[in-house]
Design a protein around this ligand. Sequence first.
Ligand code: IPE
Ligand code: IPE
Ligand code: MG
Ligand code: MG
Length: 322
Amino acid sequence: MKQILRPVDRDLAHVTERVLASLQHPVARQAVYLITAGGKRLRPALVLLAGRSGRYKARQQALIELATAVELIHTATLIHDDIIDGSALRRRQPTFHHRFGTERAVLMGDYLYSLAFSILAKLHEAYVTTFMADICQQMSCGEFLEVESRFDVDATEAQYLQVVRDKTASLIAACCHLGASVAGAKPDTVERLSQFGWNFGMAFQIMDDCLDLMGQEQTVGKTLRSDLDKGSLSLPVIYLAGALPIGRREALFAPLRRHQSPDRLALARIARAARRVGAITQALHTAGRFVRRATDVVAERDGVVLADTYQRLARYAIARVH
Ligand code: IPE
Ligand code: IPE
Ligand code: MG
Ligand code: MG
């Protein structure tokens, strides 16, 4: 990842400094450990990268501000998401609510959201602020829909894809769209980069859900198995349900039907079955289709600068281990 993002690494370091500088208030400082713990900085990187397809130098400071706001928004959603998912580990650290309690975590998420919007407002580009506000609503709706669909053993692929589009791909697409747009890239380039973001974001979350089911916590650095634990059926599990004969499916999903978290043994059985029937392979295949769509819309001749970086990023979405 670091290697792929080399073209923007200097400004990405500025973004991290800027994020840390924005967390000076005694309350906000409690969130500093999450920023210094790392994170891939994927979303700010996409802002900066998209800016390269426009007048980057002239708009450098605005792009750094935009990227800062995006990472703050992302951090806020992670803090809230970890409460929702009951997760204990994030970026190899205790989650915010595990460290400081749920009340503070709710408030810190709110604080970071509003901090991000005051940074955006200071750009004096109403379009950017409005666009991002719409995206934040879409993300909330995605998480909301996921919560509402819990323990729905008959969830469909289409419902799942809608959740992923709203909760994850929307922000990633916005990073590409606004980065290009703020830098004054041509409308066609803005549109292409936005399409890259939508498709890349879909692949990224599908892979995340495969890692949730199959990955190792030490490697991924965050709490895993939380999807099924909370009754969320991710794509590999939906494919598994479709592949099993009805009797076997009812037996395997019995706790979920009763709105109970599967215990460790039941979880392991589901993961094993998902691998055995090819549900993981099928989910990765679907993610691969999004990767191809992402790479197809991005080519140098279309006015996209650093096209090979996008190609490598897209492939990384489904090759990553954390
Ligand atoms: C985690 O995002 C939330 C998802 C959309 C899967 P990242 O995997 O980008 O998290 P960090 O920022 O690298 O920790
Ligand atoms: C939530 O998805 C993504 C957000 C928009 C916050 P996940 O619940 O799968 O993200 P992780 O696995 O906790 O990072
Ligand atoms: Mg989560
Ligand atoms: Mg996850």
